[in-house]
Design a binder for this molecule. Structure first.
Ligand SMILES: [Zn+2]
Length: 308
């Protein structure tokens, strides 16, 4: 099975505390490493967990709030100190490039590897990157400043011929290509070669959706539709609904509703307010709406499963 997993590096809101660091996650899809958000202390966590951060090729930044970006200038500076030469592609808000470069300038930091900043359109869904076996899309969320969620999705592979099929039918190059698309061959004389019988179907595709920060919004339902795993912020419980509304964050119950309405397979909640020392209440609240819910735990790696 091809690797597709998620490691939680930070799952707290607002500011790092002894209990939680701020938002950062590492996705490994088919051995490509993608960093999502980069809260303060992210590079330390990557090192503690012995994750090979020089292999990170892509960074996705949801928005400019401090708890999602403060670790980025330092992480890139450390990559440089450790001799990085390969390029890194960063996708995020328009202000990100000047934020990072101002810090480098003011601290006399020189970066000797290519850092490519790409501005994400926060107003509508967009395709950020399409690789051979997966793609990354962004979609708008609802927050106090321009913010995006991200969807990382495997692309459907091709059908594979069973070993005996080629000789059995003496297939031409054109016919092989037809079967690899999952289409039947209809030869003159009534011979039909059905890929369901003579080929191995491609693996099902999996997807991971990241939605933080955000208040409840149908835009996230659209972005997360049928995802294998949805990470949705659950900063507050319903008892703090008025603060959630004012700060444009979600409650655990909101996260559960989004998961249910988007028909996702599994929900992971995070971005917990520091007021909660015990998270059981948040979990219970989300589970009362969407049963297959789990808490983010820093340092833990979650495998993204195939859909049934
Ligand atoms: Zn925020």
């Amino acid at each position: 099975m091809r690797k597709f997993d998620l490691t939680i590096l930070g799952c707290g809101a607002a500011a790092p505390t002894p209990s939680f660091l701020t938002t950062s996650q590492l996705v490994n899809i088919h051995d490509h490493l993608i960093l999502i958000d980069c809260g303060e202390g992210c590079q330390l966590t990557l090192r503690k967990l012995k994750l090979k951060f020089q292999r990170i090729k892509t960074v996705l930044i949801s928005h400019m709030h401090a708890d999602h970006v403060m670790g980025l200038p330092g992480l890139l500076a450390s990559m440089n100190l450790l001799g990085r030469k390969t390029a890194i592609d960063i996708f995020g808000p328009e202000e990100l490039e000047s934020f990072v470069k101002t810090i480098w300038h003011k601290t006399g930091t020189h970066i000797d590897f290519p850092v490519n900043f790409n501005v994400v359109d926060h107003a509508k869904p967009s395709l950020l990157l399409e690789m051979k076996s997966y793609k990354i899309e962004a979609f708008p969320t609802k927050h106090r400043i321009a913010t995006c969620g991200f969807k990382i999705e495997e692309l459907e592979g091709s059908w594979h011929l069973k070993p005996e099929t080629k000789d059995l039918f003496n297939l031409s190059y054109h016919e092989i290509n037809v079967l690899k698309k999952g289409e039947s061959i209809n030869r003159k004389g009534g011979v039909v070669v059905d890929p369901n019988k003579f080929c191995i179907a491609p693996l099902k595709t999996r997807s991971y959706v990241f939605a933080a920060d955000t208040a409840y919004t149908p835009k996230v339902i659209e972005g997360a539709l049928n995802a294998s795993l949805l990470y949705h912020e659950a900063t507050f419980m319903e008892s703090e609904k008025s603060i959630a509304t004012k700060t444009m964050h979600s409650t655990a119950s909101d996260a559960g509703r989004i998961a249910r309405e988007a028909n996702v397979k599994k929900l992971l909640i995070g971005h917990f307010s520091n007021r909660y020392r015990v998270l059981d209440g948040l979990l219970d609240e989300a589970r009362s709406v969407f049963e297959n819910t789990f808490l983010s735990i820093e340092g833990e790696t979650i495998s993204i499963d195939y859909l049934d």
